[in-house]
Design a binder for this molecule. Structure first.
Ligand code: NAD
Length: 428
């Protein structure tokens, strides 16, 4: 049985290793190892049957030296404060590596949103804002959607905040619906960014992406668009995806050796990223066990579901055909798995570089909200591509120049920028 992974310990372990390599001063390490601020609160809401229920909520602001904290809000039954801390920390590094003027934050609620009606979800979203509105804002901390939350929920949260402060304030939250202050391209941005980084990695490795196959974990927002763009932009083939089945309380892999059609799969997937097994079988898609996605003979592996899945135990399942491991999810590989990758030929694209497309587009959304002027899709996509290509280039160059593992190189780029921002503000 694998030991459960504490994501915050993982985030601190990754930071400590690079802090040591960089010989960072102790005072700087102290500031960056822990979040600057944390909010823990209860959200009482009335359920449809008239009873009251209390949900546990969190917001963590890890570092805001470079600008307002930025990061999603998760609604998940297994949410923990350490998961939120880890994700907030990774947001600091993600914004820094993408070179956008924002800091790191994350929020969460311990709840299974699938068990709530739309009216209950709306009351929970408004309740989260009622607890947090004094400590968020366009110049303070800007939340966004994440696992278990949607654009509609962001719309309700923005409305609640605007009512409380008495001013229409779309810039308080990003990932809003189109027409409600959202940006074109936000829905597909993270998956698009994953594919931009794979394209850049393939170039450096001399691979023809059109001849590459990929297998993904998850079939939610990130994985759906990463699969779609892997085929449409690069001409590659997606042979497997996986998802969590809420009814069976386990996960399955859906595969087809000659290639899956993500658009069809999306049509048989519910809003929580669960694929309909019956309809998949009818379309001659093979259904395999949870880890089968990791054991495929593919060129590119894309864990894009949850943290801590590639571990000391599971890393040996990865086939020697794999040349690129693109971390669509946050924290999918444990430090023990990293030790294996450091001594292998697999090119790892670290999470906070690989999945930065979402936050870069969220930054664009905030800029558009500030101007009250909205860009066309091609303008958003073009700007996104440039930002991510530049971010990839800085990390790749750092890895080459310092002869370090890609994740450490990404940390070096990010830590350098955050430390400079703290110095400029006189914090250290
Ligand atoms: P989502 O809720 O839309 O989808 C999650 C998918 O993962 C679903 O298909 C679900 O069934 C599947 N899943 C959950 N547990 C699983 C398991 N044990 N095995 C296999 N599949 C499982 O979430 P998302 O927005 O796609 O986010 C996925 C990951 O990417 C998370 O780590 C998230 O923090 C990260 N991320 C998301 C964004 C974004 O913009 N959505 C941005 C950056 C990072």
């Amino acid at each position: 049985m694998a030991t459960p992974v504490n994501p915050f310990k993982m985030a601190q372990h990754q930071f400590d290793e690079v802090a040591e390599q960089l010989q960072l001063a102790d005072n700087i390490r102290q500031v960056l190892r822990w979040p600057l601020r944390e909010f823990h609160f209860q959200i009482p809401i009335q359920m449809d049957d008239g009873t009251m229920q209390c949900f546990r909520g969190y917001r963590v602001q890890h570092n805001d030296a470079s600008g307002p904290s930025k990061g999603g809000i998760r609604f998940h039954p297994a949410e923990t404060i350490d998961t939120v801390r880890a994700l907030a920390t990774w947001m600091t590094w993600k914004c820094a590596v993408a070179d956008i003027p924002l800091g790191g934050g994350k929020g969460g609620v311990i709840v299974d949103p699938a068990g709530l009606s739309d009216a209950e979800k709306q009351r929970l979203c408004r309740g989260w804002i009622d607890q947090m509105w004094r400590n968020i804002g366009p110049r303070l901390d800007v939340p966004a959607p994440d696992v278990g939350t949607t654009a509609q929920m962001m719309g309700w949260m923005m409305d609640e905040y605007s009512k409380l402060i008495g001013q229409f304030t779309p810039g308080v939250i990003t990932g809003k619906p189109l027409g409600g202050g959202g940006s074109k391209g936000r829905t597909e941005a993270t998956g698009f960014g994953v594919v931009v980084t794979i394209r850049e990695a393939a170039k450096r490795l001399g691979l023809d992406p059109a001849k590459c196959t990929a297998s993904l974990q998850g079939f939610g927002n990130v994985s759906q668009y990463a699969s779609k763009f892997f085929i449409e932009m690069l001409g590659g083939t997606v042979v497997a995806v996986s998802c969590w089945d809420r009814q069976d309380k386990t996960s399955y892999t859906f595969s087809k050796d000659d290639g899956l059609d993500p658009t069809f799969l999306m049509s048989i997937t519910d809003q929580y990223g669960t694929i309909d097994k019956g309809k998949a079988r009818d379309a001659a898609i093979k259904i395999e066990d949870s880890n089968a996605w990791m054991e495929k003979d593919v060129d590119v592996l894309i864990p894009a579901a949850i943290e801590g899945v590639v571990t000391k135990e599971t890393v040996s399942l990865i086939k020697p055909t794999v040349k690129i491991l693109a971390e669509g999810a946050n924290g999918p590989c444990t430090p023990e798995a990293d030790e294996v990758f450091k001594n292998s030929d697999i090119y790892v694209i670290p999470d906070f570089l690989c999945n930065a497309g979402g936050v870069v587009c969220s930054y664009f959304e905030g800029v558009q909200n500030d101007m009250n002027y909205y860009w066309e899709l091609d303008e958003v996509i073009d700007k996104l591509d440039k930002k991510l290509t530049n971010a990839f280039q800085s990390v790749h160059e750092m890895a080459e120049m310092s002869s370090v593992y890609n994740r450490n190189a990404a940390y070096m780029v990010a830590i350098d920028r955050v430390v400079r921002a703290m110095q400029l503000r006189g914090w250290i």
